[in-house]
Design a protein around this ligand. Structure first.
Ligand code: BTN
Length: 259
């Protein structure tokens, strides 16, 4: 029976793969991550892409909202990864976003774990969630990019710390072209990740992550740590060095770049 909670796609498209072979397009949804979870409950498989023109209840990390006006890119990718490395995968998902932004003229970077920033202003973010279907583990990797967004469409408190491709680049960028470019890099990352060159990928990540070397404040569920971003481990944890040189590994937290 059709699920009344599940919105109907406006189009279903085949893609070249090798991993992502099906794209479902939606006009408006609450959250593409939630649609992915509902679809997983109905038998969706790895390699499904969900894309929406806008979200009414876009979700960010740590229970925050993700403002999702029309013009932005809102996409969720369904994968069946090794649960042991799902944290690393969520981290690596930032690489294709940065590559696509740079390709379209915005020299973005990553703030650990995967805030996509341009000159310290947020331009994209990733929310990676794990879902079990029976004993099979899936990751729904939600990616939001402020592509064609007018900043005045964002809530006031977000606006001051955010930017968009539209704001930074004079030329119009088509979301489908942006997604195609990003997906080519995403496919590449997933296949390299599966063929065991994860350490090399984490090195690529480090090269794009400006948290390393910066003075930072990290807010974790167990309190705040102040120090310098020192490294990212192969499993994706941030290593923070305090002024005495003591190192702490952080697996979950929000980073503020101080200088
Ligand atoms: C963050 O930086 O806090 C993560 C933001 C992730 C937003 C994307 S938009 C597509 C997908 N659907 C959601 O509800 N959230 C993610």
């Amino acid at each position: 029976m059709a699920d009344p909670d599940l919105p109907q796609p406006t189009a279903v498209e085949e893609r070249p793969g090798p991993i992502f072979r099906k794209l479902l397009r939606f006009d408006a949804v609450d959250s593409t991550n939630e649609v992915a979870k509902l679809l997983l409950g109905q038998g969706a498989e790895e390699g499904t892409i969900i894309v929406a023109k806008r979200q009414a209840m876009g979700k960010g990390r740590h229970g925050r909202a993700w403002a999702s006006p029309p013009g932005g890119l809102y996409v969720t990718l369904v994968l069946e990864p090794d649960p042991q490395y799902v944290q690393t995968l969520g981290l690596l998902a930032g690489i294709p976003v940065v590559k696509a932004l740079r390709h379209y003229g915005v020299f973005a970077n990553l703030k650990w774990p995967n805030d996509v920033v341009f000159l310290e202003k947020k331009i994209g973010g990733i929310l990676s969630e794990g879902v079990y279907r029976g004993d099979r583990f899936y990751a729904v990797i939600g990616i939001g990019v402020n592509t064609g967004i007018d900043l005045d469409r964002l809530p006031e408190d977000v606006r001051a710390r955010a930017t968009s491709v539209k704001r930074e680049v004079a030329e119009y960028v088509d979301n489908d072209d942006f997604l195609d470019y990003m997906m080519k890099h995403f496919e590449d990352i997933v296949s390299r990740y599966r063929t065991g060159t994860r350490d090399r990928l984490v090195k690529d990540y480090r090269g794009l992550c400006t948290t390393i070397g910066k003075e930072i404040i990290v807010t974790t569920p167990r309190g705040q740590i102040r120090g310098r971003g020192y490294d990212v481990t192969p499993l994706g944890a941030l290593v923070v060095a305090d002024p005495e040189g003591r190192r702490t590994e952080v697996v979950d937290g929000t980073v503020e770049h101080v200088k």
